[in-house]
Ligand binder design. Structure first.
Ligand SMILES: Cc1cc2nc3c(=O)[nH]c(=O)nc-3n(C[C@H](O)[C@H](O)[C@H](O)COP(=O)(O)OP(=O)(O)OC[C@H]3O[C@@H](n4cnc5c(N)ncnc54)[C@H](O)[C@@H]3O)c2cc1C
Length: 517
């Protein structure tokens, strides 16, 4: 490799891998430098204890960009699904759970009126989410246009909204910034249904159902092509492994256990990276999969940024509030009222929207919820190879556990784990006795172990004020950073977080234009 033509990608998260694969396929010399000893970032499968493998952080695949799947031929590189479309089951410790599938209420505590209204509601929300989905593959337009050609992408957004038709367009504009709680109150009456939808709206954000923008975050979650979440065979790490295989097949080199300490800047231009080992590597361009604050404040250094830009970056919101609980179990958990056939589905603890909102309250004041909201999977039901025969792994995302906990996570982690196990025990009596190993990953742990600044799901809140041409900050939303030779390609850029690959794919296009051979 020559420094002149080499492109260095910092981080082998799924977006860094996607970007590397596209760059290598375009004939570029690509070197990926990953701090961890395995690829994937937060999309990773790892051993919890001997013989038990868990999706360590992300567990459900819903947003993966179909173009990435197809163009990089991920199926050929090993990606398969253990379960394509999971049902959603809202657990009910008092009796029958609510079961949702696609746009249908299958069974459980929902009124006849809600059963009739739900399909229309979901179909309408999916149409609105389609407006967001159409932006995923586009580089956000600049806010200041120099020519009509530059103005065109902004016009396309307006056109996408207009194409909804008059009724839908009005309704989309009315609801998009609303709190999901208000939309649920005017749409439904059954608490379990409202709880399940509220959870979808707030998962991974620092919002409650009564917060503005929570309809928008709900639409983001629905903006994937797949109708319902899926379980990759081998856990979420299988997605990253397939992306790494595609990148390597195209000629990219991936170096593990190679943390980058700083960017090298010469005459205001990024010319390479310096590893923590002291090794220096030159490059024509550096693309960072790390979050924007880590990339620009820590790796580049604020001294290379204009003061106003640095101030804007500082004030972006990126306090993670989602934690992870992973369990190795000696047998299958028995959830109250749950038919064995539903044990491998997506299970929720969010009995109503008010419960979710109350769970959010402590997070506002740097405390965690004692009655948290959970999204649970037992992936070993559909994918038995994750655990020894007859045994299981349980993976749960937990809201709300703020990164900036006032009491400090190092003091509270053990107590928090016991609270979470207690909540599960109430829904699945006897579960505690099955536990072989348990791990709780707070947002602080996610930052330490996965280098996600603030432990944030999206590398920065996914709200309208931090979306598209405002993401991560106005003036740097087109993947190229204000310092020449430096690009971003991770969840902190458009179109945000979730295992999508779209940011990596878009960034590669911009890099290829900005750093021609
Ligand atoms: C608790 C939780 C649960 C989630 N569940 C889901 C889910 O079920 N489904 C879903 O779709 N999404 C989920 N997400 C979101 C999803 O995991 C992320 O949005 C996504 O993984 C971000 O991918 P990325 O490639 O942009 O960044 P990351 O996955 O954060 O990868 C960044 C990579 O850069 C590396 N890196 C950083 N700094 C350096 C450095 N200095 N030198 C070298 N390497 C470096 C890191 O080690 C890492 O490998 C969840 C997130 C959280 C926090």
């Amino acid at each position: 490799m020559t420094d002149a033509g080499r492109i260095v990608v910092i981080g082998a998260g799924h977006n860094g891998l996607t970007c590397a694969a596209y760059l290598a396929r375009a004939g570029r010399e690509v070197l990926v430098l990953e701090a961890a000893h395995q690829v994937g970032g937060a999309a990773v499968t790892r051993e919890l204890t001997r013989g038990f493998r868990v999706p360590a952080v992300a567990h459900l695949l819903q947003l993966l960009d179909p173009r990435v799947q197809k163009e990089l031929d991920l199926a050929r590189h090993g990606l398969a699904l253990a379960r394509p479309a999971l049902k959603t089951v809202a657990l009910n410790p008092e009796g029958e759970p609510l079961v949702l599938e696609g746009n249908r209420i299958v069974s459980g505590p929902a009124s006849a009126a809600d059963r009739a209204a739900y399909p229309d509601f979901i179909d309408r929300m999916r149409r609105y989410a389609g407006v967001l989905a159409r932006q995923h593959g586009r580089v956000p337009p600049r806010l200041a246009w120099g020519s009509w050609r530059e103005a065109l992408p902004a016009g396309l957004i307006a056109l996408d909204i207009r194409r909804l038709g008059r009724e839908d367009m009005r309704e989309f504009l009315r609801v998009v910034t609303m709190p999901i709680h208000d939309l649920l109150e005017e749409s439904f009456e059954s608490p379990a249904l409202k709880g399940a939808i509220a959870l979808d709206a707030v998962l991974g954000t620092k919002l409650g159902p009564r917060s503005g923008n929570s309809v928008f975050t709900y639409l983001h979650r629905l903006s994937g092509e797949s109708q319902d979440p899926a379980l990759p065979r081998g856990g979420m790490g299988a997605v990253s492994e397939a992306l790494a295989a595609a990148a390597r097949a195209a000629g990219a080199e991936i170096r593990l256990s190679a943390p980058v300490a700083t960017l090298i800047v010469v005459d205001g231009c990024v010319t390479g990276v310096k590893l923590e080992s002291g090794e220096e590597i030159g490059a024509q361009a550096v693309v960072s999969n790390a979050d924007p604050k880590t990339t620009l404040r820590t790796l580049l250094g604020a001294r290379h940024l204009e003061a106003e830009f640095a101030r804007r970056l500082e004030h972006t919101r990126s306090i993670g509030t989602a934690a992870k609980l992973n369990l190795a179990l000696a047998g299958p958990p028995q959830f109250t009222g749950l038919a064995p056939a539903l044990a491998g589905e997506r299970l929720l603890i969010a009995p109503d929207s008010g419960y979710v909102d109350e769970a959010f309250n402590p997070a506002k004041y740097r405390d965690y919820s004692r009655s948290p909201v959970l999204e649970i999977t037992v992936p070993s039901v559909a994918d038995p190879e994750l655990a020894p025969v007859g045994k299981h792994v349980l993976s749960a995302i937990v809201q709300y556990a703020p990164y900036d906990l006032a009491a400090g996570w190092d003091n509270e982690r053990d107590a928090y784990r016991e609270i979470l196990i207690g909540v599960l025990e109430r829904h699945a009596p006897g579960l505690r006795k099955l536990i072989v190993a348990a791990e709780v990953l707070t947002p602080l742990d996610l930052e330490r172990q996965f280098r996600m600044g603030g432990g944030h799901w999206h590398h920065g809140e996914m709200t309208i004020d931090q979306f598209m041409m405002l993401r991560p900050v106005p003036g740097a939303a087109q993947y190229a950073m204000p310092v020449a030779g430096l690009y971003l390609c991770g969840a902190g850029c458009h179109p945000g977080g979730g295992v999508m690959g779209a940011a990596g794919r878009n960034a590669a296009r911009v890099v290829l234009e900005g750093a021609p051979r």
